[in-house]
Each structure stands twice: as C-alpha cells, then as structure tokens.
Design a protein around this ligand. Sequence first.
Ligand SMILES: Cc1ncc(COP(=O)(O)O)c(C=O)c1O
Length: 478
Amino acid sequence: MEPRLPLDLDSETMRQMGYRVVDTLVDYWRTLPDRPIGTRPHPETLQAMLSEPTPTQPTPFEQVLDELLHKVLPHLIKVDHPRYFAFVPAPNEYVGVLADLLSAGMNIFVGTWMVGAGATQVERVVIRWLCDWFGMPAGAGGLFVSGGSVANLVCLAAARQRYPDALARGRVYYSDQTHSCVARAWRILGLREEQICVLPADEHFQIPLSRLAEQIERDRAEGLLPFCVAANAGTTNTGAVDPLNELADLCEREGLWLHADGAYGAAAILTQEGARRLQGIHRLDSLAVDPHKWLYQPMMAGCAIVREFEHLREAFRILPPYLQDKERGAAGVDLCDYGVELSRNFRALKLWMSLKTHGIEAFRQAMEHNLRLARVAEDALRRLSRWRIISPATMGILAFRYEPPEHTPEQTDALNRALVDAMIADGYAMVSSTILRGRVALRMCTLNPRASEADVLETLRRLDALAERQLTPQAGLQ
Ligand SMILES: Cc1ncc(COP(=O)(O)O)c(C=O)c1O
C-alpha cells in the first residue's frame, strides 16, 4: 500500500468527519433556543483553559470537535441565538451555511475571469438581483466583500476617485447617527478631520436637510469642494433612514456623490415598511448592503453597489505583470479590479443558493416577521409603567429606557447600562445600549426570523423584573 501523503485523509474518514459536523450543526440549531444566550468570561479563565503550545502530535478529530463544543462554544455569546436582540443580530440560514462549506471545500477563486469565470458570473447575477430590488439602472454593479465596513470603504473610495481634488480640499457630510465604519473609511481614504462634517441628527434621528444645504453652501464659499454625502439607509442606533429622495435632489443639484450605508437596513426594501422608508434608494450613486445581516447569510458577506460599475474599476484597477495572462482570451469581468481583494472566495454562493432554494417570498415573510416583532415589543413596553420609548419600532429596531421617577438622569443612565449586564448574567436574552440625545437608551434589534413573539415578550418581562430588582435588590427575579 502506498504511504499516505501528509494531511491526506481516506474517503471514509472524510465522510465520517463531515457527517459528524453536519449532525453537530443540526443538533446545535435544534437546541439553541433552549440554551442560554452565552457568557462573557474573564480572559484569564480562557487563557488557562485554551492556551497550549503548537500541537506536535495528532489528536483524533472527534476530540478536537469536542473541545470546540465544550471549551469554546459555552464561552461566547451566540449572535445567532433567537433571543440575541443586541447590536445587529446575525441569524444565519442553513442553506447559506452549506454554501459556505461548499465554497471553502472547493476553494473557489473569484478574483479573475480567467480562473473563476463561473463563480464570477454567479456573483454578477446575485449583484444584479440586488440592483433590481433597489431599482438601480443597467450600468450598476458591485461585488461581495467581507461586510459593511469594507462595503462602505469600497463605495467611498469610488466616490473619492471621481473628484480629483477631493484629498486636497474635499468635504464630506454625514449625520452623527452614522456608523463609525464611515468615519474609519474616510480616515483610511486619507481625508483629514477638518474635511469631515458630522451634522447632529434631527428629532427623528435623520440628517437635517436644511442645515446640510447651508453647510454645503458655506463650504463652497470658503473654497472647499463638497463632494459626498454618506446617508443612512437604516442606522444601527434606531433604524432611521435619511430622506433619500430629498438628499438625491440636493446632491444632483450640487454635483455631490450620494452614498448610503444600508449595511443592515437596505435589504428591508423587500418589505412594505422598508419600501416606504427607503424611497429614493434607486437614485443613490452607491450603496452598502450586508447579506450577512438582514438576508440571513453566515458572516463575511457584504456588498458594495455602485450606480456605474466602471467607477469601481477606475478606483481600484492596477495591472501587475504577473497577472497579465488574465487580460488575454475570453474577456469577462475580473472582480479583483473592482475592489480591495485579489484572492476572493465565493461569498455570493451563499446568497445565490439560499435565494434559489427558498425563493424570495420566504425572505420577505421572514423580514416582515422581524418588523412585526419590533412592533410587538413597542406595544408591550408601552403597556409597562416606567418604560419610555425613545425611538419607536423602525426597520426592526426599538430604543427605550427605564425611567424610575425618583432617579436623576445620571442614575437612570447607570441603571439602564446595568440592565445590559444583568440580562447577560440572567442568560435568557440579550439587548444592548447606546446613547441617544445624550442619554443611555436600550435597544432591541429583532432581526432573527427564529425569534418568536413569546421570546420578545418574555425578554421584556425579564428586563422589567431586572429593573425592579435594581431598585429593590432584595427582590428575586421570578
Ligand atoms: C448601519 C451599519 N453599517 C455598517 C456596519 C458594519 O458592518 P460590518 O460589521 O459587517 O463591518 C454595521 C454593523 O452593524 C451597521 O449596522
């Protein structure tokens, strides 16, 4: 018998390992709702448990998998848990998970047409589907990236490229509700602090239009070059959508690039509420949208979409000699020329397989369910005394605050912050906090399609009981 090559496994062993992994996943999915949300252990605990030198001897796969399940998994918070309502949940969908397995298993390269034609075409098809949802014209295009942060960066790089003077005297605008990845993108792209104008949002957490117009005029008068507005198509804080139509009017008039960060919110275009709030999205110059958020895909799936696909190429294409072969023969799109990455895996596969397997109607229904859950939460909170709605259910996000009458605002802030930790310690569900209008607010983001109304109501009941217990520490949580 020929000696086995290093790292080689026989077919039967491979199958058994694979079956074991799928069984593990299915069991995990089935039991997740009955398990605690997870924990946030001290670093020393995990260091003691997991630190070890590089393994020199083989360990049976079964044992390694067991370590993952027993030493790692219990020591994190599960962002796919149906009662994880914190930040932006990441409820992945099983077909997308299998697609990731296939994509990794076949290690499909989607950097150039020469090597990755079929996969490139699938990616182009999926991006076209998204462009169609958003009403983008035929020349629109885009690509998959790791997530919202990179999607925004890629879009804003295209914007900067269109304005040759941008680095010297450019000025960009967004509201203070904008995700920090937009600020980071501008920093990476070389803009200085003074080139960035952050406008305080209005009472609806939207960018104030007249202040924006005035600021643009003032900046022009000072010899600056206003060139880009980064709008929100669903803020992380409250789900607010900036008035895209009005912004498009202004940007058209003023010759500015209009971008929107729709990382979490833009996919809601499939729903009634989303379509209403996102009116004008078809007029954007660029849009970031994350299938790994509200399209239920496993992590590492964001999309950068631009109205003119070629604008990405202008921003990113460089041809080194060792890639010259890709330029000959059948000429398709080389996606490495349209973004940051050369080695690109097949991220589009998950959304492609997922949408084809379930059909878009299932997605729409799941999203409508998500939106309904946020409204259910709002109604329930309005029925409880001492809870104030800070921002009503908007695109699946609700912000609220527990306000005992005898507390100062500072004490109330501290109490609400403490509630996040109390919820984690309780283990049933998780919410997160933010600052709105200068005060701490809790927020629930109900994006998991496997969350039920009962999950939402029980989470609020527990929050209420925990809040009461903060006031009267001797009372136990029922
Ligand atoms: C509105 C918005 N933009 C951008 C991001 C960043 O996306 P990612 O974490 O995929 O980089 C998020 C993340 O939650 C977000 O909610």
